[in-house]
Design a protein around this ligand. Sequence first.
Ligand SMILES: [Zn+2]
Length: 107
Amino acid sequence: MKELFREQDITRVSYYQSILEDYGIPTMIRNEYLTGSGLTEIPIAEFFPALCVLHDEDYLRAVAIIRENLTINQKRVECEITCVSCGEINPGNFEICWSCGELCGPS
Ligand SMILES: [Zn+2]
């Protein structure tokens, strides 16, 4: 058994568990019943629900599947700005170029 990731939010952990099971990868959640019991008021990573694959040989495939789904769910940076003075690409919310310090955002 190998741990994939752990997170405080059990709903996200079970969400990824159901995705993996759709792919036919047997998984289990460790610490599923520890949080929410009132005993862990302070978030301690040790007690977070952890998603594990039952068979080590499924691990790499499971990681790839999770990654794929992460990129789908992640909000993409709205737009990117190319700095006029050095040509470096900055995220759209940057006003100052991270590379040369020139003003690069929309004025
Ligand atoms: Zn620049």
